[in-house]
Design a protein around this ligand. Structure first.
Ligand code: PLP
Length: 831
């Protein structure tokens, strides 16, 4: 390591904390290394350097952060409050350097200290506080909100253990706990003084208050304290720095003195343990049966803390509660925070004595709901006994909301009892359930889906009756992703090429990428474009070798499917294609086959047996195909373990082909599809989610479309889908399935994949076999297109050029205009 810097002694201590020059950063890193890590450079570990740098970057955010918060508190601007059970924010160091515009200076400062910035970036542990797309969307939106200078707060849960880490052993997924906090989290500021109490259990009683009004008092049996843990969310090249506020649960008292004095020390500690388990662990979605009680408790916990926090801010601003909806827009990211409808009513009616009608008006004007799924098994419901036991007062409020709501429905549709039953907040058909999507819909002034197709289907299916009753409340806001993280940060070579070609403005105005169209056939530009992709593929190849030991040829077509493993996303359809190509090679070793490297990544929910078996199948195929001399390297199959944001950074930019092959009508939007497109991958996909709009933007000639449409899927199912017919009529498919059933990819074990084969041939709920032939045929077109390098490069350039719509800046702009009616507020720093 190098010696301490020999810069001028005039540098103020202040500059070491806030200065953005390389020299000031160097001073800052050395100061923090000593003052926060207690180390001189000579014996500092890489982790010490990482922490010192992270704190130095955070130092430079603090004035922006404090100024933003203070500016909002001192004005009457409306604030967007984004409530989400998940925020998959990814590594923060690189992103904060990019948004502050100091990456080059930090690199230089560290180089002078003999430290490599990339090595430190590599060390960072990402907070895995989300499952996948939904949590990542929330994080992209926070980036755009700050970049667009919109006053905003993200509210969620500070899980001590985020999404599990995935390892692959013997081809199977093995889960290990995610210990993201183990080495400390330098970005966060814990605020023990910002804390709220949340009650659970107990009973309710009618009372008369001091003014003689009848009111309800809820006496919970247990209280938990929620403590604010804040992380700065800086915008790109602006002073705005918003807050991600995550709640950590704590016992109200470390020791229950009564129990302690009675000698029951262990009972007192037990209470503490139970309270702290509330924010212990993130639930993986798609679990067949999750630990429901704790999950509902988590949702109520973070929603109650967040709403209490808004009410406190209202008081700080000296505003009456009647102004709540003028000052806060509360966006519900799926139904996970939908108990907010009842909780805001409780806080207004019970705690602040606001009359019901006025409270309801406030609640509805403040709340809006984003739906993320049409899959019936993913629509949240809670059993009545659980709700009554855990949240008795909230259930009463839900009943009252329902009573008034159904009166309204009855007036509008007299005698239509079937409709009443369908729309009720309570499903009375079997064991009684609270329908959270209905609660969210009834309590919101705006409801939106996340892609045109999805928003349309939403109005025709799960929320049809509501869309008939209140058509003006339904909107579409197609999802987007942030180009800061998913282009500038993760694909710097592409960013440089874009800067040189069309100027740097594209980063905050992604529509400008259209200017690239003029270069699509330019031979020199094409050459440059390919060299960027080639370098990104080499980086991925390096990671693949390091993590899996598999060597891949970077001249091959990189065909990538990374996303959660789920039957509806149909990774097994992709697997059938690989077996098809392999079988063709077995039959004709001389076959002219386009060399491909298939890359898979994604986690399966720990309790989702079929998804885990699909991972095993992919690894079984990899083992055979990668090592068969007949293949001779022309096909490679890689399952890249532990797909997360950090790995995503080098996977998306390396893709030639993006696999978006879900059963039409099942993927609400997808956002991975957008990240691939921005980075120049071509898409093979169904007419599902945002694929529809991607194809519209890029043009049919630059998109590989295949398969049944959503309407056709429904028609095939209604007519009585029989997957076995497709096997009977398709010799290639039949032999492919036979090869798997015979144990060819399971070392002769004919039992291993039997459940999967049986499922496909007898039930096939996601129509894998119905789309197989069309998929394979379209992949033949992909292979042919790849052979024409100039044509492929042109299509690749046009994909990036026409991806502007999918910036989260566009999406957040639409939320601001259509739903929140919020305008930007410029933050100016003193001096
Ligand atoms: C974007 C992203 C997703 C969502 O991918 P889809 O293909 O839209 O399902 C999931 N996980 C991570 C880490 C992501 O970055």
């Amino acid at each position: 390591m190098a010696d301490a810097p020999t810069t001028t002694s005039q540098q103020s201590a202040d500059a070491a904390r806030t200065g953005l020059s390389a020299a000031a950063l160097q001073r800052g890193v050395l100061d923090n290394l000593l003052c926060l890590r207690g180390r001189y450079p000579a014996i500092a570990s890489p982790h010490d350097w990482y922490m010192a740098l992270a704190y130095s970057v955070r130092d430079r955010l603090l004035a922006r952060w404090a100024t933003s918060v203070q500016t909002y508190a001192g004005s009457d601007v409306r604030v967007a409050c984004y409530l989400s059970a998940e925020f998959l924010i990814g590594p923060q160091l690189g992103n904060n350097l990019v948004n502050l515009g100091i990456e080059a200076n930090a690199r230089e400062a560290l180089r002078a200290l003999g430290v490599d910035l990339d090595m430190l970036l590599e060390l960072e542990e990402e907070p895995g506080l989300g499952n996948g797309g939904l949590g990542r969307l929330a994080a992209c939106y926070l980036d755009s909100l700050a970049t667009l200078e919109i006053p905003a707060v993200g509210y969620g849960i500070r899980y001590e253990f985020g999404i599990f880490d995935q390892q692959i052993r013997d081809g199977w997924q093995v889960e290990t706990t995610d210990k993201w906090l183990q080495k400390g989290h330098p970005w966060e500021i814990v605020r023990p003084e910002v804390a709220y109490y949340v009650g659970f259990g107990g009973s309710t009683h009618d009372e008369t208050d001091a003014r003689g009004h009848l009111c309800v008092r809820w006496i919970p049996t247990r209280q938990v304290k929620g403590v604010a843990c804040d992380t700065p969310m800086p915008g790109y090249h602006v002073n705005t720095c918003n807050t991600l506020r995550l709640w950590k649960s704590e016992a109200v008292e470390s020791f229950d003195l009564q129990d302690f004095n009675a000698g029951d020390y262990y009972e007192a500690v037990n209470e503490k343990v139970i309270s702290e388990t509330l924010s212990k662990v993130l639930y993986p979605n798609d679990e067949p049966e999750i630990g429901k009680r704790l999950r509902l408790a988590q949702q109520y916990f973070f929603v109650s803390c967040s709403l209490q926090d808004m009410l406190r801010l209202l008081e700080i601003r000296g505003e009456p509660v009647g102004h709540f909806a003028q000052l806060f827009n509360v966006q519900l990211n799926d139904t996970h925070p939908s108990i907010a409808v009842a909780e805001l009513m409780r806080l207004l009616v019970d705690d602040r004595q606001v009359p019901w009608d006025e409270a309801w008006d406030i609640t509805r004007r403040a709340l809006a709901y984003t739906n993320h799924t049409l899959l019936p098994e993913a629509l949240e419901t809670w059993g009545l006994p659980l709700m009554r036991n855990l949240l008795p007062r909230l259930l009463e409020i839900i009943y009252e909301i329902n009573r008034r709501f159904l009166d309204e429905v009855r007036q509008r549709y007299p005698g239509d009892d079937a409709r009443i039953a369908r729309m009720s907040l309570i499903d009375e058909r079997g064991d009684k359930l609270v329908r959270m999507a209905h609660l969210a819909t009834v309590g919101s002034h705006a409801i939106n889906g996340v892609a045109e197709l999805h928003s349309g289907l939403l109005k025709q299916t799960v929320l049809r009756d509501f869309a008939e009753l209140w058509p003006e409340r339904f909107h579409n806001v197609t999802n987007g992703v942030t180009p800061r993280r998913f282009m500038l940060l993760c694909n710097p070579a592409l960013a440089r090429l874009l800067d040189e070609t069309i100027g740097a403005g594209w980063v905050t105005d992604l529509a400008r990428l259209r200017k690239l169209e003029a270069y699509a056939d330019d031979a020199a530009f094409q050459q440059h474009w390919r060299s960027v992709k080639q370098a990104n593929k080499a980086v991925l190849a390096e990671h693949i070798r390091g993590v899996t030991g598999i060597g891949v040829d970077t001249a091959a077509l990189f065909d990538v499917q990374v996303k959660r493993i789920h039957e509806y996303k149909r990774q097994h359809l992709n697997a059938l294609l690989i077996v098809t190509l392999y079988r063709r090679l077995l039959r004709d070793p001389q076959l002219a086959l386009t060399p491909r490297c298939f890359v898979f990544g994604g986690k399966a929910a720990p309790g989702y047996a079929t998804a885990k078996l699909i991972i095993r199948l992919i690894n079984g195929i990899a083992e055979v195909v990668n090592n068969d001399p007949v293949v001779n390297g022309r096909l490679k199959v890689v399952f890249y373990p532990d797909f997360n944001v950090k790995n995503a950074h080098f996977i998306y930019p390396a893709a030639d082909l993006s696999e978006q092959i879900s059963t039409a009508g099942k993927e609400a939007s997808g956002t991975g599809n957008m990240k691939f497109m921005m980075n120049g991958a071509l898409t093979i996909g169904t007419l599902d989610g945002a694929n529809v709009e991607i194809r519209e933007e890029v043009g049919d000639e630059n998109f590989f479309l295949f398969g049944l449409s959503a309407d056709e899927v429904e028609r095939v199912k209604r007519a009585g889908y029989r997957p076995a017919d497709y096997v009977k009529d398709d010799a290639e498919l039949s032999e492919v399935l036979q090869l798997i059933a015979d144990g060819h990819f399971s070392r002769g074990d004919r039992e291993m994949f039997r459940p999967l084969i049986d499922n496909l041939t007898h039930a096939d709920p996601f129509l894998v076999l119905a789309d197989y032939a069309a998929y394979v045929a379209r992949q033949d077109d992909v292979s042919a297109a790849w052979q024409d390098t100039r044509r492929w490069t042109r299509m690749s350039i046009l994909n990036t050029a026409r991806s502007g719509k999918f910036s989260s800046d566009r999406a957040i702009g639409e939320y601001c205009d259509k739903i929140w009616k919020i305008r930007p507020m410029r933050i100016t720093l003193d001096q």
